[in-house]
Design a protein around this ligand. Structure first.
Ligand code: ACM
Length: 713
């Protein structure tokens, strides 16, 4: 891990360059996350095929950064840049230069001018980030071929040391190739921690020598879906695990991109996969006898006797052999204490140890685990529940997820905190209301919602989002008033070490959907974690967003388009008419539309207010800034039937706290329709629907699998 705030080298550098930039002007450039300072100067430099990336001959880190820049320039711009040890006379040079300073610094500067681009940093991480910023400068116009770069001076460094994403590979399994792509995409946003959730109730994803059943049994389950009763086909096995060779390759790839992989091994709850493999480690009889494809709170937990700690010591020892990360994540969330209460063996051990209750026993358990890690110089990080039941060594860190109250109390207690607050940073929530959104949890967490999070003043109670589909907040949900914000003293602030977007995968079966759930929201996390709060505002971010999103396609990243896409809300208006309102989530740019099959372009009609159409009608719409189209083209044929139809995602949900977008089984066409449902209160509302001339209502219904257990419920 790298600490922020080491300004020494950068300050010296700034002084040295002050004369050169005396006439410079502060400017905004289309870079995400926004750099600390950017100043422009007159003139420009051209980068053409054959430009050299000049690296010191004995600097392997700089060589790695140069190779990546060369690959990115080719991929994104079709431009050939060649790493060399010396400039080529007459050609523009990109010079990577090490300066004095702390090796773990992530700061860098860029100077563009006098036919050169110089990236300076004390560290290979900083050089890498300078390269990322240069690649963004080279790709701002979305064009191919030679590029003209205006003379600039940039100084940049991160606000937080932990700029993270969590990837849940336990609930659904992703290929090593996808994980390496995700790491690249993260690094291109200057995100630097991947918390890799490798074990949970539904899967154990890494081999541990001496315990072959962890992967032989714990890595496999039936797929989470409704049974295909028509074919009566036997359930296929779903799962997999990563070999040591694959894990080492992923770690090496991440290291080259300044991404630290923090492995997460869940305990004492969320451990059914291990307990089914080795039932003797369980606190009680393991209630399900086979691997589950249910999510939620599974009533199973490790016991607390010595064989359990020997097992966990073996597992964590091998995890520490594989993963060089200083932090090791141990889960610790949602511990099913009733299992410990009901277990005679656990109760006997608790009494023998003189421990008063199960919460104090939890603290004993977590302290034992901390000792295992501390012996090897590693630091524990767990979900906020690990602070319950008694003190922990000061260097134990938490991830706050149920609102920021735990962040405040942890920081007051001297513990470092990563903010991973639900629902804002739970990226399994959908990010828009359109039925085309991937399945997931049902709260709408828009790009703007994520961007609004200030890690220095996060919301205190669980920040409940607006109820799904724009309904009035349900009584008791507390969503009416904005949540009060946590305030930290200077000493407490120093304990907020970062922010993390969490890609839980219960409902995210495929890599393509995972990419959409992650991006562009990860760009908002990146800016919250990198850029000082005073330099952040939504209008500025959203103006930089189109250029950022245009960089994704050449990388093979197919992001979610909710923020900029145009959405049409339609309703009947008389027997043969419809009223149509158009909007986009971000409200950026101008919406243009065409009717009846006319092509759509930058000179199409400007949308100024509700349209009144005669049916049937073909509507096309998109948002534009000038001639640049920002969104995909909405293309809908509206009929008398379609304006009188609502899908579940377009209805208002009745009150409840567990909205999910669930997939049904394949229909006749083989596709799996998704439904928004409040699973503890399955009811939908179509507000303000005039029923006066309605003679019949047609419902289409389908069984959708909840796949959920909630402890005793
Ligand atoms: C969690 O969502 N149980 C950390």
């Amino acid at each position: 891990m790298v600490s922020a705030g080491r300004l020494g080298a950068l300050t010296v550098l700034a002084a040295a360059l002050a004369a050169a930039t005396a006439s410079a002007q502060p400017v905004t450039i289309d870079i995400v996350p926004r750099p600390l300072t950017v100043q422009s100067a007159p003139g420009a430099v051209w980068l053409r095929n054959g430009a050299a990336i000049v690296v010191p001959s004995r600097d392997a880190g700089a060589r790695g950064a140069a190779r990546w820049l060369s690959a990115l320039a080719l991929q994104s711009r079709g431009l050939r840049l060649t790493p060399r040890f010396a400039p080529v006379p007459g050609r523009t040079a990109i010079v990577l230069e090490r300066i004095a300073g702390p090796a773990e610094s992530e700061a860098y500067s860029i100077d563009i001018g006098r036919d050169r681009i110089i990236i300076r940093s004390p560290s290979e991480h900083g050089l890498l980030y300078g390269v990322v910023t240069l690649w963004q400068l080279m790709t701002t116009d979305g064009a191919k071929g030679p590029v003209r770069l205006a003379n600039l001076h940039i100084e940049d460094q991160p606000r937080f040391a932990w700029r993270g994403m969590l990837l849940d590979s336990a609930r659904h399994f992703q290929s090593p190739a996808f994980i390496e792509r995700l790491i690249d995409w993260m690094a291109l946003h200057k995100l630097n921690v991947l918390q890799w959730h490798l074990t949970d109730d539904q899967g154990w994803r890494l081999p541990i020598t001496g315990y072959p059943k962890l992967t032989a049994i714990g890595a496999w389950r039936v797929p989470a879906t409704v049974k295909d009763s028509a074919s009566n086909a036997p359930a296929r096995s779903y799962g997999g695990y990563y070999s040591r060779t694959q894990i080492r390759a992923i770690i090496a790839h991440a290291q080259a991109r300044n991404v630290t992989i923090v492995p997460e091994i869940e305990m004492p709850g969320h451990a059914l996969s291990a307990l089914l493999a080795y039932p003797e480690l369980s606190a009680g009889p393991v209630p399900p006898r086979t691997m589950q494809s249910d999510w939620g709170l599974i009533p199973a937990a490790f016991g607390v006797d010595e064989p359990v700690f020997r097992f966990l010591s073996d597992v964590l020892g091998q995890v520490m052999d594989l993963f060089p990360s200083r932090f090791i994540a141990i889960g610790g969330d949602e511990i099913p204490l009733p299992i410990w209460k009901a277990s005679p063996a656990v109760q006997a051990r608790m009494k023998g140890l003189g421990i008063a209750d199960e919460t104090a026993l939890q603290n004993y358990f977590i302290r034992r685990i901390d000792t295992i890690l501390a012996k090897r110089g590693r630091r524990m990080i767990g979900w906020e529940e690990i602070l319950q039941g008694g003190p922990l060594p000061a260097d134990a860190a938490i991830t706050s997820w149920r609102g920021a109250a735990s962040a405040v109390s942890a920081a007051q207690g001297g513990h470092d905190v990563v903010l991973g607050i639900a629902p804002t940073l739970y990226f399994d929530n959908r990010q828009g209301e359109r039925p085309s959104e991937p399945p997931g949890r049902g709260w709408v967490v828009s790009l703007r919602d994520v961007y609004a999070l200030d890690p220095g003043a996060p919301p205190l109670p669980p920040p409940l989002p607006p109820a799904p589909t724009g309904q009035a907040p349900a009584a008791g949900l507390g969503a009416a008033a904005p949540a009060p914000l946590a305030r930290f003293s200077a000493a407490e602030s120093a304990h907020i070490i970062g922010v993390q977007g969490n890609l839980w995968t219960e409902h995210i079966r495929t890599e393509a959907r995972l990419a959409k759930m992650a991006f562009p929201r990860a760009a908002a996390v990146a800016e919250a974690a990198w850029t000082p709060q005073a330099e952040r505002d939504w209008p500025n971010f959203v103006a930089r967003l189109p250029a950022e999103i245009a960089r994704y396609a050449p990388l093979g990243l197919d992001e979610d388009d909710s923020a900029l896409a145009v959405e049409a809300k339609t309703g009947p208006e008389g027997p043969a008419g419809a009223q149509v309102t158009l909007s986009s989530q971000a409200g950026y740019g101008q919406i243009r539309y065409s009717l009846d099959g006319q092509p759509l372009g930058a000179s199409s009609k400007l949308y100024r207010g509700a349209l009144h159409l005669t049916l049937p009608a073909r509507l096309r719409a998109a948002s534009f800034v000038g001639a640049r189209r920002l969104s995909p083209i909405l293309d809908e044929t509206l009929s008398a039937a379609s304006v009188r139809t609502r899908l579940s995602q377009q209805l208002t949900l009745c009150p409840g706290t567990l909205p999910l977008v669930l997939e049904g089984p394949p229909d006749r066409t083989g596709s799996r329709p998704a439904f928004l449902v409040q699973i503890m209160n399955s009811c939908w509302i179509w507000p303000a629907n005039d029923l006066s001339d309605v003679g019949a209502v047609q419902l289409e219904v389908m069984a959708a699998p909840f796949n959920l257990q909630l402890g005793a419920e």
